[in-house]
Write a protein that binds this ligand. Structure first.
Ligand code: ZN
Ligand code: ZN
Ligand code: ZN
Ligand code: ZN
Length: 319
């Protein structure tokens, strides 16, 4: 009997223990909650009794981009709208490009080149980039005698009395100045005068016997076929045309009366001024002395430069 009671006691204890274990494992009555991880929208929640602890984490939004709205790093929840691209205008070399993310749209515009001129390479009207070089001047690289100010150069031409006889003297550019204008050379908006003082001196025996016939004309360093007017207007201005930055530009030339001219002792001497009125900055005008023979059969002394530029020509470039 005693043994039986003992066994019942053991059974009750075991049952109580089992019940306790069961309660521990299946309920939270001892405060043994089994909390899960908190989420953006839920605090920690007990898996058994749904008791909560703490606060929801709240969303952790990363900033919106061109193509994505604000988006939670944790759960992917979105808020608002994508920003859309912020395109900068297309340029000659770049298509429309988003200043935020670099995304492009469409094509680059390509350059809009002008024609090259004597003064400028082909140039993009939009961005100013240049392509290639200016047009090569007709006289570039041509072996000519270019006069410098203050130096007399030997000059051979025909004598006055007999065009078959040559005479040799000198021609000198005494002075070269650039002015807006004065009494002799009327100013004009956008133009400047290149004024040159010239001196011819002939003192040889032939010149003393037969005199001399000089021959001078104007030309253009860039285009030897530049147009040169035949006559002068009532102010003594002779028109000619140069090509400046691709445009035909009207210019004028004026010859002033001799400051001195004739025989001085045994020297035939002429000093006078020539002026050309050209667009400000133009550097192509040429003054050319040539042998009178070249004009003998012509009705004009102001021959085109292309007809008189040879190894005998004396050239002064007004630059
Ligand atoms: Zn619980
Ligand atoms: Zn979230
Ligand atoms: Zn973008
Ligand atoms: Zn361009």
């Amino acid at each position: 009997m005693k043994r039986t009671v003992l066994w019942i006691g053991v059974g009750v204890a075991a049952a109580a223990l089992a019940a306790l274990v069961t309660l521990l494992l299946t309920t939270c009555i001892f405060g043994n909650h089994r909390y899960g991880e908190p989420s953006c929208t839920e605090p920690q929640v007990c898996a058994r009794c749904r008791k909560t602890r703490g606060e929801a984490l709240g969303h952790d939004y990363r900033p919106a981009t061109c193509t994505e709205p604000e988006t939670c790093e944790r759960c992917g929840q979105t808020r608002g709208e994508a920003l859309g691209h912020a395109y900068l205008p297309a340029t000659c070399t770049e298509p429309e490009t988003c200043e935020r993310c670099g995304q492009t749209r469409g094509e680059a515009l390509g350059h809009l080149f002008t024609e090259a001129t004597y003064q400028s390479a082909a140039t993009c009207l939009r961005c100013g980039v240049e392509d290639g070089d200016p047009i090569v001047a007709d006289l570039e690289g041509m072996a000519l005698t270019y006069m410098e100010v203050g130096t007399p150069y030997p000059y051979t031409t025909a004598s006055y009395e007999d065009h078959d006889i040559d005479v040799t003297g000198t021609v000198e550019i005494v002075d070269h100045t650039v002015i807006d204008g004065d009494e002799m050379f009327p100013a004009r908006e956008g133009y400047e005068w290149h004024v040159v003082t010239l001196r011819l001196v002939f003192s040889g025996e032939d010149a003393q016997q037969n005199g001399m016939q000089s021959a001078m004309t104007y030309g253009d360093y860039y285009a030897t076929d530049a147009e040169m007017g035949i006559g002068t207007d009532e102010n003594g201005l002779r028109p000619f045309v140069v090509n400046y930055y691709g445009s035909r530009v009207q210019c004028w030339q004026k010859t002033c009366p001799d400051e001195e001219g004739g025989w001085f002792e045994h020297e035939l001497r002429y000093t006078w001024k020539e002026g050309v009125q050209v667009p400000c900055g133009y550097d192509g005008t040429l003054l050319i002395f040539y042998h009178y023979d070249l004009a003998r059969n012509s009705d004009r002394l102001y021959l085109p430069a292309g007809d008189v530029l040879d190894e005998h020509a004396l050239v002064f470039r007004m630059q």
